[in-house]
Ligand binder design. Structure first.
Ligand code: GDP
Ligand code: MG
Length: 365
């Protein structure tokens, strides 16, 4: 098709023209046949096959962003992205310490292969949303929380807090009670940092889609006599390289079980399992003691970060299972009582271990 243009400028071989209709300057592209007739310049584009060219990407400014290109927001945390998020310890310094609205939430899954640590998040109590999260990947996200055991939302949206589970850590001085309690608070490795025994040791854990807050009481004295019955779980620690600390742990278990806290969750912990050369207490010696006092048993090492997460999750599991059992006994008191009686009779007949589940499995009663 022939097009008519007014010639405006011919300069150094560069031909500029105004489109007659729109009066918008545009460069001439391609080869053209030019003819001058009656003071008008006729320019006809030479017919040629269309060449393949790269499509120019759209300039994505906010105004021309098409709606369908916006990915709908999903509620799941991405497994991996390259967003450089602030370090969780900086977040803790900036927010957690100063603003009590924010707290750390540790997330775990119990799988057939054991405990999987899903990372820590900084969460807001008021909005019940995750501000930032770190785990296996780099994650930054804000999302609403799953249901919480320790805080229930009222109908007006306000949060009604249920008091945290209280756990006391007992054992001889120097066995690693404060170090363990401090390591419970975070997924960051802390062994080389100084232990602050004055620090409040509260940690929130998301496990089995339920959030719980635990408060660890780290007594400076090794006396279990002053320990009252108001704890949800008793963690009794000894050091595997020191027989005196083991004897002390057995004394504490005896005292707790026989005298005051007949039904409470209890865990016997052999710490410093990294000290293999100076080991004095074999696990085989400690397990029967755990069975005898109806408690669970685990060996840990804070130096090598072995079984610390397993102990934390085990404490929570034991508390939940005990509470559930107590609840059942309250509602179906007599039925459960009969079952328990027949169970103890069978145990007497067929031996102690017939019905007692492994003391090393912290995730069952
Ligand atoms: P607590 O008196 O029971 O509170 O004991 P601490 O937590 O203060 O720890 C006493 C000492 O044991 C410290 O020097 C710790 O660094 C050390 N410790 C704690 N846990 C371990 C562990 O798993 N292995 C080794 N080798 N040393 C540990
Ligand atoms: Mg201490």
């Amino acid at each position: 098709m022939k097009m008519h243009y007014n010639l405006q400028e011919v300069e150094e071989g560069k031909l500029m023209y105004f489109d007659k209709m729109k009066h918008v300057p545009s460069p001439l592209i391609g080869e053209h046949v030019c003819k001058v007739s009656n003071n008008n310049l006729d320019i006809s584009p030479r017919q040629r096959a269309r060449s393949t060219s790269m499509k120019k990407p759209k300039n994505k400014t906010f105004e021309n962003f098409e709606m369908e290109e916006i990915r709908p927001r999903t509620s799941s945390l991405p497994t991996k992205n390259n967003y450089r998020r602030p370090l969780i310890k900086n977040l803790r310094t900036n927010y957690e310490d100063q603003d009590h609205d924010l707290y750390r939430l540790r997330t775990f899954d119990v799988t057939s292969k054991g405990i999987v640590n899903r990372g820590d998040s900084i969460k807001s109590r008021s909005t019940n949303s995750i501000v930032s999260s770190e785990g296996d990947g780099n994650v930054l996200s804000i999302e609403s929380s799953s249901c919480s055991q320790n805080s229930l939302a009222n109908s007006d949206g306000s949060i009604h807090k249920i008091k945290p589970y209280r756990i006391v850590i007992l054992g001889a001085i120097g066995v690693g009670k404060s170090t363990i309690a401090q390591q419970f608070l975070t997924s960051e490795y802390l062994f080389d940092t100084s232990v602050d025994s004055e620090q409040e040791k509260m940690v929130s854990v998301l496990l089995d889609a339920e959030e719980s807050t635990m408060e660890f009481v780290d007594l400076e004295s090794d006396s279990a006599d002053q320990v009252d019955g108001g704890y949800d779980c008793y963690v009794v620690v000894y050091s595997i390289d020191d027989r005196k600390t083991f004897d002390r742990a057995v004394d504490i278990l005896y005292h707790l079980r026989k005298e005051k806290h007949k039904k409470s969750a209890m865990i016997l912990v052999g710490n410093k399992s990294d000290l293999v050369r100076t080991r004095h207490i074999q696990a085989e010696e400690a397990k029967p003691v755990a069975v005898q006092y109806d408690c669970k048993f685990i060996e840990t090492s804070t130096v090598l970060n072995i079984n610390i997460d397993e102990l934390l999750v085990g404490v929570l599991k034991q508390i939940r299972l005990k509470h559930k059992k107590d609840e059942k006994e309250r509602t179906h008191g007599t039925e459960i009582g009969c079952i328990m009686k027949s169970k103890s009779l069978l145990t007497k007949l067929f031996g102690k271990d017939t019905f007692s589940k492994s003391c090393e499995n912290l995730y069952v009663l």
